[in-house]
Design a protein around this ligand. Structure first.
Ligand code: GLC
Ligand code: CA
Length: 527
């Protein structure tokens, strides 16, 4: 386990939309480099950068055409290596996004694989042995697109053919077992890509759809787990400081597979959703109706819905790895949808004071908004509204684009939030009560106290169904949160409690923890 994860706080960067240094309307590596001081001063000491490799961008770069070459629109391989070096100079780490389950249909491997003549890459993807689709049993496939007599399996969009790591229980002759030489060759090719970037200076990977490798896997995903355990062994021996974080959504399975941490995600986790956006969802996965997030004052939030799901995972993760709480990501609606600024501050208070390794999605620290109704960009569909340019400055004196880019507004990758009240770094940076400075203070508190970092020392002191506040302990600290519209009290007896941080009014004395409406407190106990 890399020791640096204990005090890591990540900042997720969607490179298209962070900062455009050369004025062509799209973010780039140079832009990220120029904003590293901002990220470090916020209190984030690690980055996750969404895929930045050569790609036709039918899924925003999750369709990789060449794993070893950066997308020219962001800069060269050398620029990315400079970014690693600039981050390291500031004692920051950089995770790249590794897409192991599929490539772009334009990847050289696939262009070879689809040929009728047998070649080195014929088995790099999963092909049936007849142009008539049979024996597919629930696998999603494309037929009629190649000279090769067969149909091929896809992992996500049509443009993303699934790489072949074999089948746990093959049912047809064309389904190779997971220990077949061709399945192993795919795994080794993946390791070669990982070594390439680790040798170039990256600090590990966020792994896309990490559970999707071996097909017809069992419920435990034991076939896919075996692939990752083999890869983890390589890291342990050759790159012991490299971190591996999965988009798996099941910490039991992901940590057993060798990942150092796994995300709680909103598509599978009602517990996570009960925290951040407990709406009904409409047909396009768009939020409908009122938000019953735990943080919504006047809502019907309930912390036990989160804890019921989280605590078993938390217990199981002890000693194996961490659970990552996210403010959001490039696939989710922005957390600010349906929450006001104080509610957001209280949400971040919990996220940034919990065990595990937190992730902040760029712009969430200022409360950037989800932009509804944008035309889909690069396969984003309803995700597009969460991917708009970072809002750095106020527009004044003829500038537009909120400081994101010097390009004409109509040639930006995506439009900047055009509505009044769009938050910016500039407007918040000198206001001690701003969301931005609240996040800074919460992170400064965390970095200053090992008890408030990733290691599992959580004790629940008060968490009752449909009641407030929520009170928890971490080592020498007691923390209490009341997102409700009315004051709340709970019995909590501790010795020598000294308030070290608060949002709103909070007191802990005489065996009672008392919080004003919409407030949060942290006390250091003992002498
Ligand atoms: C993951 C990514 C998402 C992408 C998909 C396919 O869920 O986060 O953005 O579209 O995988 O690679
Ligand atoms: Ca640019």
């Amino acid at each position: 386990m890399p020791q640096w994860l204990k005090d890591a706080v990540f900042y997720e960067i969607y490179p298209q939309s962070f900062y455009d240094a050369n004025g062509d309307g799209i973010g780039d590596f140079e832009g990220i480099m120029r904003k590293l001081d901002y990220i470090r001063d916020l209190g984030c000491n690690a980055l996750w950068i969404n895929p930045c490799f050569d790609s036709p961008f039918k899924d925003a770069g999750y369709d990789v055409r060449d794993y070893k070459k950066t997308a020219p629109r962001y800069g060269s391989n050398d620029d990315l290596c400079r970014l690693f070096a600039e981050a390291h100079r500031r004692r920051m780490r950089v995770l790249l996004d590794l897409v192991p389950g599929h490539t772009s249909e334009e990847h050289l491997w696939f262009r070879e694989s689809r040929k009728a003549e047998k070649n080195e890459y014929s088995h790099r993807y999963i092909w049936s042995d007849s142009w008539i689709a049979w024996g597919l049993e629930g696998l999603r496939f494309i037929a009629g697109e190649s000279e090769r007599n067969g149909v091929y399996i896809i992992n996500f969009f049509k443009s993303q053919p699934a790489l072949n790591y074999g089948f746990l229980r093959p049912r047809e002759p064309w389904q190779l077992p997971a220990d077949h030489a061709e399945s192993i060759a795919t795994r080794e090719a993946l390791k070669d890509i990982m070594r390439f970037w680790l040798d170039a200076g990256c600090d590990g990977f966020r792994v896309d759809m990490a559970d999707s490798l071996v097909k017809f896997d069992d419920e435990e995903k034991s076939g896919t787990q075996a692939v990752w355990r083999n890869i983890r062994a390589m890291l342990d021996s050759d790159y012991p400081e490299a971190a591996l974080v999965s988009e798996w959504g099941n910490p039991f399975q992901a940590l057993a597979a060798g990942f150092h941490m796994d995300f709680l995600l909103d598509h599978d986790h009602s517990g996570y959703r009960s925290l951040v956006r407990d709406f009904g969802y409409g047909p396009d996965n768009l939020p409908l109706g009122e938000n019953n997030s735990f943080f919504k004052s006047g809502g019907r939030g309930d912390i036990t819905r989160f804890l019921d799901q989280y605590l078993p995972w938390y217990e199981a993760a002890k000693g194996k790895g961490y659970i990552s709480l996210i403010t959001g990501n490039h696939d989710t609606p922005r957390i600010s949808a349906g929450l006001d600024e104080r509610e957001l501050a209280l949400a971040y208070a919990l996220f940034l004071s919990f065990p595990g390794v937190p992730f902040i999605y760029y712009g969430d620290e200022i409360g950037m908004r989800y932009l509804p109704g944008l035309p889909s960009k690069e396969g984003g569909y309803t995700r597009t509204g969460s991917r708009t340019p970072m809002q750095w400055n106020e527009d004044s004196g003829g500038t537009a684009n909120k400081g994101f880019s010097a390009a004409a507004p109509e040639s930006l990758y995506l439009p900047v939030d055009p509505l009044p009240g769009a938050p910016t770094v500039e407007a918040q940076k000198d206001d001690p009560a701003s969301l931005l400075n609240t996040v800074r203070s919460l992170l400064a508190l965390r970095h200053g106290e090992p008890d408030l970092q990733a290691e599992p020392n959580l004790e629940i002191l008060y968490a009752e169904k449909e009641k407030l506040p929520f009170v928890y302990r971490r080592g020498a600290f007691v923390l209490a949160l009341n997102p409700g519209a009315a004051p709340a009290r709970a019995p909590v007896s501790v010795a020598g409690a000294r308030l070290v941080f608060s949002i709103g009014g909070a007191a802990l004395e005489g065996g009672v923890c008392a919080l004003e409406a919409r407030s949060f407190g942290v006390w250091k106990t003992g002498t």
